[in-house]
Design a protein. Structure first.
Length: 113
């Protein structure tokens, strides 16, 4: 058993923004478009460690790859509904490696989406 529950939502959106070196406004835009994970039964919008990985992925494909909200929704649907967990994990690991190579200054926050 792990000491850290990576699925427990405890981090506010502002904390996620700090971790990703993104603007809170940009992440709220993703949230408004339905691109961020949702937790039923929780009043305050909090995110887990696993959610942060998904949010980083969304931020990467929006700000670096310039994919619009509909394209992102389609990609997320493919990952969630049409891939095995192993395939999905491999893709997410590859994305994390790509993110590590990109200096934060090269990731542009979006003003309009």
């Amino acid at each position: 058993m792990s000491l850290i529950d990576k699925d427990k939502p405890v981090i506010p959106l502002s904390g996620v923004a700090d971790m990703l070196e993104a603007k809170s406004r940009t992440l709220r835009m993703y949230e408004d478009k339905g691109l961020l994970p949702k937790h039923e039964g929780i009043e305050k919008k909090l995110y887990s460690i696993n959610d942060i990985n998904k949010i980083a992925f969304v931020h990467y494909i929006a700000s670096v790859k310039k994919i619009n909200a509909n394209g992102i929704k389609y990609i997320l649907e493919l990952l969630e509904n049409h891939m095995s967990i192993d395939e999905k994990n491999k893709i997410m690991q590859n994305i994390e490696k790509q993110l590590d190579k990109i200096p934060p200054k090269e990731i542009e926050d979006l003003d309009i989406f």
